[in-house]
Design a protein. Structure first.
Length: 459
């Protein structure tokens, strides 16, 4: 029976306090399924479930929960249960949990770890916050380069149980420095007496323990590996990082960038878990900045007040002009931000990008400018709203849209590169931010064309 179908019955067993039947029903549930069940329960019932499931299920399910739920659950569980969960957790997942705690709570939980696990936890927590050192695990299989295939297989059988992955075996010298890595399949397909160094190819990829998380995402994206070794600057093997951690990290990075593109400061928790106060704190500052930016639009319009008074018809096209520039700028910035994130371009490519976007902006401007020109021209045959100078107005709209789209495209493509060069997050040049900037400059372009083309007639 599927967990979703069983869930109502499971909840009834929890409410009835039937431990024996509940234990039998939950015996074959996966940690992800148990975590999903816990999300539908209050913390007291979650604790009841953790009292029923076995030790392995408990720590694996705990790793699947959100941080806020983890903290509440630990406060509800018995001392011994908390101790077992923390010591059983994989070092990388435990580090991800511990680093979010306040100092007092962190110190209390560190005291529950065994001497060995506390040493591992403190070592991982000692690395920079966004470094690979925080994500790596010391649970891996490393063997000496002078061993034979049989010695390696015997070692794996004796010590491989707690390894994060057995797909890759790491080869080190007598001092622990990384020499190479080898897939377990290559070991199993080799004769027992062959020295492992005879089947090495020297082609391996490693990460520095101080590398940024984004570096790891890019390296994993380019290499077909389930895990990568992590070393210090001298090449000493310190741990490994696995692809499941990178997938989760990539998801978080992408979510953060998407939120920033929408002019929202990145949320540290799931949407439904963020309090109203936190939500306001994340969203209000950017809205205030954008609102102040839009005030310059009003200032720009007041500067051209005389032109608007003389040719009121110009005001009809203001939304069209500014939105065209904002849309083209948002398009360009989104493409560049994503290309930067994927490593497809760097700030050194700025001139190539500039040339490409100028050409693109010219074509886009011509297309939209022609549509704007045609709109005024077509309307002239059905209404007299534009008066005898309809052709000049059509030319004004066409050239203005062309100029604003070209300008928006250039600004949208260059702003992320400028922010990257300044050491800031390119995602900060969000679509609303670019649109606001182009609104102001778009009005200047629009009324500059209007003053030139309509001078002596409407103006």
């Amino acid at each position: 029976m599927q967990p979703e179908i069983e869930k109502p019955m499971i909840i009834e067993l929890i409410e009835a306090g039937d431990k024996d039947t509940l234990e039998e029903k939950l015996e074959n549930w996966l940690p992800q399924e148990l975590a999903e069940l816990c999300r539908d329960l209050n913390v007291t019932d979650q604790a009841f479930v953790f009292n029923v499931i076995d030790r392995e299920q408990a720590y694996q399910t705990f790793e699947e929960l959100e941080f806020g739920d983890q903290v509440e659950l630990l406060n509800e569980l018995r001392y011994r249960q908390v101790q077992l969960i923390l010591n059983d957790m994989s070092p990388d997942n435990r580090t991800a949990f511990l680093e979010q705690l306040d100092p007092d709570h962190l110190n209390k939980l560190l005291k529950l770890l065994t001497q060995k696990e506390r040493r591992v936890a403190l070592s991982l927590l000692g690395y920079p916050e966004d470094s690979i050192g925080r994500l790596m695990t010391p649970d891996y299989v490393a063997v000496n380069q002078d061993w034979t295939v049989k010695q390696i297989i015997d070692f794996i059988r004796s010590h491989g149980e707690n390894s994060e992955t057995l797909d890759v075996i790491y080869i080190v010298d007598e001092k622990g420095y990384l020499v190479d890595d080898i897939r377990i399949g290559d070991v199993l397909l080799s004769e027992d007496h062959i020295p492992v160094k005879d089947i090495l190819d020297g082609k391996y990829v490693s990460l520095l323990v101080t590398d940024d998380e984004e570096v790891a995402i890019k390296v994993f994206g380019k290499s077909n590996r389930v895990a990568l070794p992590v070393t210090n600057a001298g090449g000493l093997l310190l741990g490994i990082i696995t692809v499941d951690d990178i997938l989760q990290l990539a998801k978080e990075e992408d979510t953060e960038d998407i939120q920033k593109i929408g002019a929202v400061e990145a949320l540290e928790e799931p949407y439904m878990d963020v309090s109203l106060t936190q939500m306001l704190r994340k969203r209000a500052p950017w809205l205030i900045i954008l609102f102040i930016g839009e005030m310059f639009t009003a200032s720009a319009m007041s500067f051209f007040e005389n032109e608007i008074d003389k040719a009121v018809v110009l005001a009809l096209f203001i939304p069209l002009i500014v939105s065209s520039g904002g849309n083209s700028g948002s398009q360009a910035s989104t493409l560049i931000i994503r290309a930067l994130a994927l490593g497809e371009i760097t700030i050194l490519d700025w001139w190539r990008i500039m040339r490409r976007e100028i050409v693109t902006g010219l074509y886009l401007g011509l297309i939209l400018g022609f549509i704007g020109f045609s709109r005024v021209t077509t309307w002239h045959f059905f209404t007299d709203i534009y008066g005898p100078h309809w052709l000049l107005i059509a030319l004004t709209i066409g050239f203005s849209v062309f100029g604003v789209v070209l300008w928006g495209t250039i600004m949208g493509s260059m702003m992320p590169l400028f922010l990257k060069r300044m050491g800031l997050d390119p995602a900060t040049s969000s679509a609303p931010f670019i649109a606001t900037m182009v609104d102001v400059t778009g009005l200047v372009i629009y009324f500059s064309f209007a003053s030139t083309i309509l001078k002596g007639t409407l103006l």
